[in-house]
Design a protein around this ligand. Structure first.
Ligand code: BEZ
Ligand code: FE
Length: 292
């Protein structure tokens, strides 16, 4: 098809671009690109973009790419802070049926955490307030799931993940646990603290320009898996955290907010191999059978 001419404030340009996709052999690519161009063009018309604004956008995306390396993924941070990561998650992991809600994966997971016995501590440097976290992994029918895997990661008491902080031991605050025959799990972590997401790049500049906060509410990350069930990527958040209402990556779901209760009993602490005062949190993870 011959392209039509570029008339009246670009009215025809959208049609020309869509026509250029006509012979695309991959139907899904064609569908996605068509929708992308329709929305992108509509957005630029809606805001009546100036040339300076368009160039500022190009420069912002260029800086975002330049900020990326093996340890830093500024594009994912951009996706997170614009709610795109949570939207993609919601589209692909509809909870429902009483299963525990998913939330954002984040950039700080590492493969290869140590397998640990029930009740072990993931805290290698002893900093932070000890927190005993326990509960069960259950199916949506309420049946306990034995030998489910909980892969856990958490930031340190100073708000940094171990790979961001040369002063923390390698693989600090990471561990893999399994449920027992009745589906019970237990581990010792630290009471989660709020921490800032990286704000020294273009995403930080964007947050400041929008007067948005860059602190995440304290949380523990978990990846819960069992054969025959959909894997669950989630957090438990500590109740009472001032940033629960302004998470810069929109990861908070009310159902994932848990009380970390203070306990000052030395006797109780000794049962868990920790020192008083310590904190306890209880949370059951509910998994949905695969394919449902
Ligand atoms: C995190 O929870 O670790 C996180 C998630 C998204 C962006 C930055 C950090
Ligand atoms: Fe985190």
């Amino acid at each position: 098809m011959m392209p039509v001419t570029n008339e009246v404030a670009g009215e025809k340009i959208t049609q020309n671009v869509l026509a250029s996709f006509e012979n695309a052999p991959d139907a899904r690519l064609k569908e996605v690109m068509t929708s992308l161009v329709l929305h992108l063009h509509a957005f630029l018309r809606e805001v009546n973009v100036t040339e300076e604004e368009w160039m500022a956008g190009i420069q912002f995306l260029t800086r975002t790419g330049q900020m990326c390396d093996d340890a830093r993924q500024e594009f994912i941070l951009l996706s997170d802070t614009l709610g795109v990561s949570m939207l993609v998650d919601a589209i692909n992991h509809r909870a429902g049926g009483g299963s525990t809600e998913n939330t954002i994966f984040g950039p700080f997971y590492r493969d290869g955490a140590e397998e640990m016995p029930v009740g072990a501590s993931i805290n290698k440097d002893g900093k932070g307030d000890p927190a005993v976290v326990q509960g069960r992994v259950l199916s949506t029918e309420g049946a306990p799931i034995a030998n489910a895997t909980l892969d856990i990661w958490e930031g340190g008491a100073n708000g940094l993940y171990e790979q961001q902080d040369p002063d923390q031991p390698e693989m600090n605050l990471r561990g893999i646990f399994h449920t027992d025959d009745q589906g019970y799990y237990r581990f010792v972590a630290i009471r989660p603290v709020s921490y800032p997401i990286p704000d020294d790049g273009p995403v930080g500049a964007m947050l400041r320009a929008l007067q948005r906060k860059h602190w995440r509410p304290g949380h523990i990350h978990l990846l819960v898996k069992a054969p025959g069930y959909n894997p669950l990527t989630t957090h438990i958040f500590a109740s009472g955290d001032e940033f629960l209402v302004s998470d810069p990556v929109f990861g908070v779901k009310d159902s994932l907010v848990v009380d970390f209760n203070r306990n000052e009993s030395e006797e109780e602490a000794a049962k868990y191999g920790v020192q008083a005062p310590f904190y306890t949190a209880n949370f059951d993870f509910i998994l949905k059978p695969s394919g449902k």
